[in-house]
Design a protein around this ligand. Sequence first.
Ligand SMILES: *[C@@H]1O[C@H](CO)[C@@H](O)[C@H](O)[C@H]1NC(C)=O
Ligand SMILES: *[C@@H]1O[C@H](CO)[C@@H](O)[C@H](O)[C@H]1NC(C)=O
Ligand SMILES: *[C@@H]1O[C@H](CO)[C@@H](O)[C@H](O)[C@H]1NC(C)=O
Ligand SMILES: *[C@@H]1O[C@H](CO)[C@@H](O)[C@H](O)[C@H]1NC(C)=O
Ligand SMILES: *[C@@H]1O[C@H](CO)[C@@H](O)[C@H](O)[C@H]1NC(C)=O
Ligand SMILES: *[C@@H]1O[C@H](CO)[C@@H](O)[C@H](O)[C@H]1NC(C)=O
Ligand SMILES: *[C@@H]1O[C@H](CO)[C@@H](O)[C@H](O)[C@H]1NC(C)=O
Length: 358
Amino acid sequence: MKKSIFIIFTIIIFLSLPTPSLSQRCNKNDEKVLFQIKKSFGNPYILASWQKNVDCCEWYSIECHPKTGRIISLDISTGNISGQIPRQVGDLPYLKSLTFHKLPNLTGGIPLEITKLTHLIFLRLDWNNLSGPVPSFLSQLTNLDFLDLAFNSFTGSIPPELGALTLVTGIRLDRNNLTGPIPESFGKLTNLQYLYLSHNQLTGDIPRSLGHLINLTWIDLSRNQLTGDLSTFFGTNKMIQVADFSRNSLKFNLSKVELPASLIFFDLNHNKIYGSLPATLRGLSLQHLNVSYNRLCGKIPQGGDLQRKDDVKTKEPCREIQREEKTGRTHRRHMEHKWRLSTPRRWEGTKKYSVAIA
Ligand SMILES: *[C@@H]1O[C@H](CO)[C@@H](O)[C@H](O)[C@H]1NC(C)=O
Ligand SMILES: *[C@@H]1O[C@H](CO)[C@@H](O)[C@H](O)[C@H]1NC(C)=O
Ligand SMILES: *[C@@H]1O[C@H](CO)[C@@H](O)[C@H](O)[C@H]1NC(C)=O
Ligand SMILES: *[C@@H]1O[C@H](CO)[C@@H](O)[C@H](O)[C@H]1NC(C)=O
Ligand SMILES: *[C@@H]1O[C@H](CO)[C@@H](O)[C@H](O)[C@H]1NC(C)=O
Ligand SMILES: *[C@@H]1O[C@H](CO)[C@@H](O)[C@H](O)[C@H]1NC(C)=O
Ligand SMILES: *[C@@H]1O[C@H](CO)[C@@H](O)[C@H](O)[C@H]1NC(C)=O
């Protein structure tokens, strides 16, 4: 009893020690670099707290290592920053996390100097107005866990070199103007869990190598011009929860595709997919299924969450629909109407539970 009171007492004394002794002062080189960065942005209002008389570890958007005092994180988000990503960010050698987010006047490309940040784990440059290519030199950041360049104006193709980022668990390149194919080398990203490439102008076949990514849980390749075949992409051993391939030009027979039990969001709308709905759909707990605007036919599998509504005419034999499809647009639209099911329910608070089949 006495002993435990003593321990509690010691803890209280420890907690009431003045904090400055715990945090070392900011490193002078890091401070100098930060002043250069502030200057290169024209001393913007958002960096007003970056002042000489204040320890830089206390500045807005900065995080220092608790022991060494070196800067490990720089996160500038949502502000009136104009100009380009300063080359000097490469001179913060202990940076683990770098974020420039929602800065619409941040323009230009990604500077080569970023490759000096060999400790970088987290790189988030989304919702800016960055342009130019997705540089292949990003592959030198071999410790990267997360790479996010979404919502910018990047152009050109995705460099195959990024396949060297074998530790990466998430890649977001969605909402840019990227062209060309998805690199075959992405099949080497064995730790990948999140892949978002939607809203670009990607072309070519979806590489079969993506089927090797056994830890993939979210994949969104929607709104591109991708072609190819997903019949080997899925499989009952996968962990995929969200798969959006809508608005592409995929063309394959869906009938025998093995969908994993983990799948909760599945969107294939606006492709050229044919065959029938796979029997594995029956065992799933889907919250969203949209296969409309394809060339599917046949029965909706019974049971599970795919309850049929009365207004759905069933069991159109495949050959009949195939034949009718050739009769033109008007008739096809009629078929779509007949096959659409929709049950309102919640999908993570935003999207509706829905089943759309045409
Ligand atoms: C971006 O720059 C333009 C032109 O200087 C300015 O009008 C606009 O307010 C800036 N955007 C933001 C978010 O500050
Ligand atoms: C943003 O900064 C630019 C240039 O520094 C300036 O012209 C503009 O008025 C600023 N906009 C806002 C909303 O502060
Ligand atoms: C992005 O930059 C371009 C020019 O570089 C400009 O025309 C456009 O308005 C900018 N977009 C936004 C959202 O600020
Ligand atoms: C990106 O593509 C869109 C749509 O095609 C176009 O309106 C926009 O100008 C393009 N932006 C750039 C930076 O190329
Ligand atoms: C998949 O994830 C598990 C658990 O996070 C991990 O142990 C495993 O190494 C990963 N597999 C691959 C191929 O990276
Ligand atoms: C799709 O595959 C199924 C099962 O292998 C087969 O019965 C069907 O004829 C195929 N459909 C087309 C249009 O090739
Ligand atoms: C399915 O996708 C089509 C095409 O985008 C859309 O018009 C329809 O509303 C969607 N249906 C449901 C139930 O989500």
